[in-house]
Design a protein around this ligand. Structure first.
Ligand SMILES: Cc1cc2nc3c(=O)[nH]c(=O)nc-3n(C[C@H](O)[C@H](O)[C@H](O)COP(=O)(O)OP(=O)(O)OC[C@H]3O[C@@H](n4cnc5c(N)ncnc54)[C@H](O)[C@@H]3O)c2cc1C
Length: 401
């Protein structure tokens, strides 16, 4: 059989997993990444899973326990900073860059083409062509749209599909362990903490520090704070001081200082004092609109969506990277099952990964329902929240033995 060629649009975690797995299965692959330089860490926390580490190992990335920081317990932190409920539910916190870098290092640089922006796709029954912003073209047997939540590939085939705001936003941030207030050490560095002010939620936990350093004293503390926001409030939050509306994603330095100051003042009023202090000390918080993105299809002839281009769940499931890894593994498994028949393999891929994506989205919606502005869902029982949070039935906890 002549070697088949796969064009991968997007060189982030999903694109790299797909490219590496297809290459291992004998495909000629080429990754086209819009960013010209290194992909920068967005600087917030990330949850890992057994499936993610399995996929990293299979992709040839160097995997060691230092890629994530393990806490063995989850606790509900009451307003007075005492522990209300605690269960033996572990979390492996990490950062995006900590996962991306070894994956990128395992992939041959000659096959990774940075600074290449795909504008559209053409296909004729037997091949597919990517057309770039500089008018150059690349031809292959298969094209994978791993180009993220604002996917150009998806927009061509599903122009009506876009992220749908869920009615609340999240403030996120990290603080170096050395900058934590002393009272935080024993209380917060041993467990994932869940704080549940009225209609709000804070999830916080330690993650590895700079350069992937998990040693005590060198870690970072991560928080994500969900707060209801009406459409008008969201528009204001995502509009910078010059009046420019950034839609659903505003660069952190452009968040208006009065909003950051108001958020920090609220943190001191509504959160347990130690957490309010931590939020107050974060120099540059990030602001995120919470949305659902759900594609009704993932395959269009010889073109397949993968990772965030097809489904982006609310962060409660903490499954973005694991889902991308599992999509890539599902893709090569479908090719292994169907040999040379690309269309049949893609049909199988779509059937299985649509079902998984829908399950992830629906669990995330369930977990976030009580945060939606004006939502009718009752406040959650803390112990149940601790047990159901994340996607324990979809992606599994890491066991390093
Ligand atoms: C730099 C970065 C930092 C992140 N940090 C975090 C984090 O801290 N916490 C967290 O929970 N999640 C984070 N994420 C998102 C999360 O990790 C994703 O769920 C995960 O990366 C899997 O998504 P993906 O590979 O499908 O898409 P993405 O990670 O969004 O990657 C899509 C890639 O496609 C490229 N691209 C887009 N359009 C084009 C085009 N037309 N032509 C060529 N290339 C294109 C983009 O530049 C990007 O590199 C981050 C993503 C990125 C890119």
């Amino acid at each position: 059989m002549p070697q088949r060629r796969a064009l991968i649009v997007g060189g982030s975690i999903g694109g790299l997993f797909a490219a590496q797995f297809l290459r291992q299965a004998g495909w000629d692959v080429a990754v086209f990444e819009r960013s010209a330089g290194d992909l920068a860490d967005r600087g917030a926390g990330l949850n890992t899973s057994a499936e993610l580490f399995e996929a990293l190992t299979r992709a040839g990335a160097t995997v060691n326990p230092g890629l994530a920081f393990h806490v063995r317990r989850s606790a509900w932190l009451k307003q007075d900073a005492t522990i209300g409920v605690e269960i033996p539910r572990g979390w492996h916190g990490s950062t995006w860059g900590t996962i991306y870098r070894p994956l990128r290092a395992a992939f041959p640089s000659a096959l990774y083409h940075a600074g290449r922006v795909v504008e559209r796709v053409e296909q004729d029954g037997t091949s597919v062509t990517a057309i770039f912003a500089d008018s150059t073209r690349e031809r292959g047997d298969l094209l994978i749209g791993a180009d993220g939540v604002y996917s150009t590939v998806r927009k061509q085939y599903l122009p009506e599909i876009a992220p749908v705001p869920a009615g609340y936003i999240a403030w996120r941030g990290t603080l170096a362990e050395r900058d934590l207030p002393p009272s935080a050490h024993e209380l917060l560095l041993e467990r994932a903490a869940f704080t549940i002010p009225d209609n709000e939620l804070v999830v916080s936990l330690p993650v590895p520090g700079a350069d992937n350093d998990p040693r005590p004293g060198h870690r970072r503390y991560y928080f994500i704070w969900y707060r209801p926001a009406s459409p008008a409030e969201q528009r204001a939050l995502f509009t910078d001081a010059s009046g420019r509306d950034h839609g659903l994603a505003i660069p952190p330095p452009l968040i208006r200082s009065e909003f950051v100051a108001a958020m920090k003042a609220d943190a001191r009023k509504v959160l347990p004092p130690v957490l309010g202090e931590i939020v107050g000390r974060v120099a540059q918080p990030l602001l995120q609109s919470i949305t659902d993105l759900e594609a009704p299809r993932m395959v269009f002839g010889r073109v397949a969506l993968l990772g965030d281009s097809a489904f982006v769940a609310r962060p409660h499931v903490a499954a973005g990277t694991s889902k991308a890894a599992l999509d890539a593994a599902g893709l090569v498994a479908a090719f292994a099952a169907h040999g040379e028949d690309i269309e049949a393999a893609l049909q199988l891929y779509e059937r299985e990964r649509l079902a998984f994506g829908r399950a992830v989205i629906s669990h995330a919606r369930y977990l976030g329902a009580y945060l939606e502005a004006g939502g009718a869902a009752p406040p959650r029982d803390p112990e149940r929240l601790l047990r159901e949070y994340g996607a324990p039935h979809l992606v599994h906890e890491v066991d390093f033995g």
